[in-house]
Each structure stands twice: as structure tokens, then as C-alpha cells.
Design a protein around this ligand. Structure first.
Ligand code: NAD
Length: 414
């Protein structure tokens, strides 16, 4: 099967299935019971035309996969990236189903994407891609059916265009069909940094391992990476390295995150930061730090480099950054991996809060959103830690067990 990252042969969906089989073996779940989770329930692959600024028309390939809806309407982001393909979307939609079950919100899992490079497009072109995507899938999404949200290289502005297109087609307001919207049109306070806040809450619960002022390296400096660096730095954690797609920067004394954010905004990359040492993304992953936070794409820590990781904890803020092979090596080396389906579930949790607010027409304060998010993340972490202890297994396997059991129970009741 095709590699999605161009760097290795790890297929993220195959890896996800291996993780599921491992968890099922530990928990004594039969292979027959798992059949319902081996394939997506619905897969949409479509092409749609987009008029470019020079007047030409490009036909883009889009995807939407609704993996499992036993626990509620399906939920998951839309990614705009040149490497998007069906295997990636399949893995991401499966992880969404597990993630919603881990944090116990009443959703199934979905994911979508368009294979193109938004970095080479104007804002007008990105708007036309966003609207074209919705014209292609509008019959198959809905507040009670399937609810998209942002992901890599999509943001609240993209969600606003998508919502507007959907509402134009149906001739009525339907804010609950999309989350991660701007607050002005029904978004939730706190949603823009909820994924990072959720991960930060989980990490704070691991003070017994990290100590009080741990050193941290963050790979990826977009919505998730930037916000977790900002939050942890404000709590006194020392962020010694950050990176984006162009490379990274390092300072043993800790980076001034406000300066890094301003450099990223002005120069469009963190690599132009003055007073810090330039490093590569590969070097960042191998730094001697307490906590490593991959916040970019899949397959960053693989069988090839896992042995070189020196961090005590890997907090998976990206989806699928550690491969199945890498996991085995990290476990052997006593590196604790907090899995994506727990670590980055804060985003979908606040998306759920947004959807609840949209349906009630009643909006919450940021403090209320954050205190509810903290409770959800703390409960999920306690649950995963409890099962990891009970089965004497790693956190990923425990999180898979928690999720699979809930989904299969819902399937059984149906
Ligand atoms: P984003 O588009 O805002 O940022 C992505 C960042 O990754 C950018 O800084 C980009 O430069 C960097 N990047 C891209 N390729 C890289 C590479 N090869 N090496 C290092 N950095 C690279 O995306 P995001 O929303 O921050 O999402 C990041 C990850 O978090 C993805 O795996 C996504 O699925 C996951 N995630 C996001 C959310 C959310 O709410 N946005 C929720 C859950 C999980």
C-alpha cells in the first residue's frame, strides 16, 4: 500500500489495525467481534471543479469517510494537504471513532480531505475549494448525520465558508453541521486552542513523571503545536525546541514563545527566529528532553528513529505520529507514549460543546468551557490509566480497549 509521508513504508491504517488487534488480544475480544471495526461504514470519493485565479479550472479529488456511527453521528475534521489519500483518511476516521469513545462523547468517527496544496493557492482559491467540497458532500453530512471540523491546513475561516455554502444550499441556519467555526457565527469560546488545552491538562496529570519544570520539544507549529507551546510555557514548562515544515530552532535555556509566535506570524516560519540554534525536524525528535510533543503529521517516529528518542514522555498531539514498530521500541526503552486518541481529544470534546450550544441556542463562557474540558480529560486519563494498570499494558493499548469496548457495546445493543 502507498506510503503517505514519502519517508517510510508505514501505512497508517494498517498500523491502526495492528494496534486494534493488539488491544483485542490483551482484553480477550474475539476477532469475529472486531469485524465491524475493520472497514468503514461509508466511503465517499469525489472530484469537483475549482476555478483558479488565472481562469483555468482544476479538478480536485476529495474524500469523506464515515467510519462508525454506533455511538452517534459521525464527527471529524477536513484536511487540505497534497499528501491526502484514502488510506490516510481511513485511518484518521477510525481514530476519530475511538477518540470520541475514549472521552465518552456521543459521536462516531469520520474524516475528510482534499488532495491539494493550499500554501500555493490564494485565499479566493481556498474559499472556492471549501465551497466546492460542501457542494460535493452536502447530501451526506448534517447535524444529526456527520459533522466536519478543521484539521491540517484548514481553520475557522474555512469552516465559515463551508457553513455558509451549506446554509445557502438548504436556505436556513444550521450551525450544528460544522464545528470549529468563528465565534461570530456560532463557534465556541475556547475551541481554537481546545486540542492543545486538553493535551496540556493530560500532561499536567503526569507531574509524578515529568517533575515541576520539564523541558519540552514541540514538532509542528500550527494550531495545535503553537497553542500547546504557548500554554505550557505560561505554566512554567521550558520549551527548548519547536519546528514547522521548514525546520526547527533550539535553545537550551528555553525559547521565548511570544517571540517565536511573532516570528511565525511575520516570517511564516519559526526557522528565522534570532538567537536560537537551527535544527532539523529529525534532530528535534532526538533531543534530550523530558517531553516530546509531535504536533504535525503521521509517521514521524518510526522503526528507523525510535531508538534515538531520548524523551521520557511522548504526548501525541498529532494523529498517528508514532508507528506500530516504533511503539514496540519505545516501550522496550521505557518511553511513555500518551496516545493521540487520548492526548488530542480536547478538540473534538469542545467541538461537541460547540454542537450542544448550537442546538440549544445558548452560549457558554470560556471559563465554563475550560472547566468542563478539564473534567472530561481528567476522567478519560483516569480511565485509561486504570485499564493500563489492570491489564499491565501501555497507554495506547489501554485507550484502544476503553474505546473498542464502548463501540462494540453500542453495536451489540443495536
Ligand atoms: P495546522 O495546519 O494548523 O499545523 C500543522 C503544522 O505542522 C504547521 O506548523 C506545519 O508547518 C507543520 N508541519 C507540516 N509538515 C511538517 C513536517 N514534516 N515536520 C514538521 N512540521 C510540519 O494543523 P493542526 O490543526 O495544528 O494539526 C496538527 C496535527 O494535530 C494533525 O495531526 C492533526 O490531525 C492533529 N489534530 C488537530 C486537531 C485540531 O483541532 N486542529 C485536533 C486533533 C488532532
Amino acid at each position: 500500500m502507498a506510503c503517505i509521508c514519502g519517508k517510510c513504508n508505514d501505512n497508517p491504517f494498517d498500523n491502526a489495525m495492528k494496534d486494534m488487534d493488539k488491544a483485542a488480544k490483551v482484553a480477550g475480544i474475539s476477532s469475529l467481534e472486531l469485524d465491524v471495526l475493520r472497514k468503514p461504514k461509508r466511503t465517499f470519493i469525489f472530484t469537483f471543479p475549482v476555478r483558479m485565479d488565472d481562469g483555468s479550472v482544476r479538478y480536485l479529488e476529495g474524500y469523506r469517510i464515515q467510519y462508525n456511527d454506533a455511538r452517534g453521528p459521525t464527527k471529524g475534521g477536513i484536511r487540505f494537504h497534497p499528501d491526502v489519500d484514502i488510506d490516510e483518511v481511513k485511518a484518521l476516521s477510525f481514530w476519530m471513532a475511538l477518540k470520541c469513545a475514549v472521552v465518552d462523547i456521543p459521536y462516531g468517527g469520520a474524516k475528510g480531505g482534499v488532495a491539494f496544496n493550499p500554501k500555493e493557492c490564494s485565499s479566493g482559491e481556498i474559499e472556492r475549494v471549501s465551497r466546492g467540497y460542501i457542494r460535493a458532500v452536502h447530501k451526506f453530512i448534517g447535524a444529526d448525520v456527520d459533522i466536519p471540523a478543521p484539521d491540517v491546513y484548514t481553520n475557522s475561516q474555512v469552516m465559515a465558508w463551508m457553513l455558509d455554502e451549506y446554509e445557502t444550499i438548504y436556505g436556513k441556519h444550521s450551525p450544528g453541521v460544522i464545528t470549529g467555526k468563528p465565534v461570530e457565527i456560532g463557534g465556541s469560546k475556547g475551541r481554537d486552542y481546545a486540542t492543545s488545552m486538553g493535551g496540556a491538562y493530560v500532561l499536567r496529570s503526569m507531574k509524578d513523571i515529568t517533575g515541576d519544570n520539564p523541558t519540552v520539544a514541540v514538532q509542528g507549529f500550527g494550531n495545535v503545536g503553537l497553542n500547546i507551546a504557548r500554554i505550557l510555557s505560561s505554566w512554567g514548562y521550558k520549551i527548548v525546541a519547536v519546528s514547522d515544515s521548514k525546520g526547527g530552532v533550539y535553545s537550551a535555556d528555553g525559547l521565548d514563545i511570544a517571540k517565536v509566535i511573532s516570528c511565525k506570524r511575520i516570517e511564516r516560519t519559526v526557522t528565522r527566529l534570532s538567537g536560537a540554534k537551527k535544527i532539523t525536524n529529525e534532530q528535534l525528535l532526538e533531543l534530550e528532553v523530558d517531553v516530546l510533543i509531535p504536533s504535525a503529521l503521521e509517521n514521524q517516529i518510526t522503526g528507523d528513529n525510535a531508538d534515538k528518542v531520548k524523551a521520557k514522555i511522548i504526548l501525541e498531539m498529532a494523529n498517528g505520529p508514532v508507528t506500530f514498530e516504533a511503539d514496540k521500541i519505545l516501550h522496550k526503552n521505557k518511553v511513555i507514549v500518551v496516545p493521540d486518541i487520548l492526548a488530542n481529544a480536547g478538540g473534538v470534546t469542545v467541538s461537541y460543546f460547540e454542537w450542544v450550544q448550537n442546538r440549544r441556542g445558548n452560549y457558554w463562557s470560556e471559563d465554563k468551557v475550560l472547566s468542563m474540558l478539564e473534567k472530561v480529560m481528567a476522567n478519560a486519563f483516569t480511565d485509561v490509566r486504570k485499564w493500563a494498570g489492570a491489564f499491565k499494558t501501555d497507554y495506547r493499548t489501554a485507550a484502544y480497549i476503553v474505546a473498542i469496548k464502548k463501540i462494540l457495546a453500542a453495536e451489540k445493543m443495536r
